[in-house]
Design a protein. Structure first.
Lengths: 113, 114
């Protein structure tokens, strides 16, 4: 099955700086890569996603890049704000049926005011 | 957008008892739903895929006789934790896929077994 690795596990940045989280996946047939933000005790919230036929996608301060050859994708948050503090998960939609999503291990982002 | 609800939002039960968690798609039909478990400071781990009208598919290592899943209608899937033990205490989240690649997550159920 799909295996998704995520780094770093924790990340502290000063407010206004950029944050980068990296993930790798194992199943070359995976074709959809969402990123979720999860606050304590809440459901995961989709913040951006990218499909396999696209190399980069941007939405205001958030961008995602995908390198299918290397099976690697990254989340970039610019001009970080304290409200960006949360746990972020990358994920991959595998090649199996039923749209099964495999999550990365998570990154706890702390933005220091 | 599509909405998935869960009930209850939190539950406390005694060791050895069973507890049922409901997952409902409120404004769309879901032939498939997913059940995840999330321990503190860990990721979401898929437990099983719930299929309307047929048996659930369990991930490796998940006891199907302990975690009973019923998907009796196109809007409701239930997860029953049987003979619960303290190690079953966790955050349980369901999700349903949309028409494209998106997943709609329920708000989660916090289970505490004493």
């Amino acid at each position: 099955g799909e295996n998704v690795e995520q780094h770093p596990s924790t990340l502290s940045v000063q407010e206004g700086d950029s944050a980068v989280i990296k993930c790798t996946y194992s199943d070359s047939a995976s074709n959809y890569f969402p990123w979720y933000k999860q606050e304590l005790g809440k459901r995961p919230q989709l913040i951006i996603d990218i499909r396999s036929n696209v190399g980069e996608k941007k939405d205001q301060r958030i961008a995602v890049t995908l390198n299918k050859t290397a099976k690697h994708f990254s989340l970039h948050i610019t001009e970080t704000q304290p409200e960006d503090s949360a746990v972020y998960f990358c994920a991959a939609l595998g090649s199996g049926g039923y749209q099964k999503v495999t999550f990365g291990t998570g990154t706890k982002l702390q933005v220091i005011p | 957008g599509a909405v998935v609800s869960q009930h209850p939002s939190w539950v406390i039960c005694k060791s050895g008892t069973s507890v049922k968690i409901e997952c409902r798609s409120l404004d769309f039909q879901a032939t498939t739903m997913f059940w995840y478990r999330q321990f503190p400071k860990q990721s979401l781990m898929l437990m099983a895929t719930s299929n309307e009208g047929s048996k659930a598919t369990y991930e490796q290592g998940v006891e199907k006789d302990k975690f009973l899943i019923n998907h009796a209608s196109l809007t409701l899937s239930t997860l029953t934790v049987t003979s619960a033990h303290p190690e079953d205490s966790s955050f349980y989240i369901c999700s349903a896929p949309g028409t494209s690649y998106e997943q709609y997550f329920g708000p989660g159920t916090r289970l505490t077994v004493t």
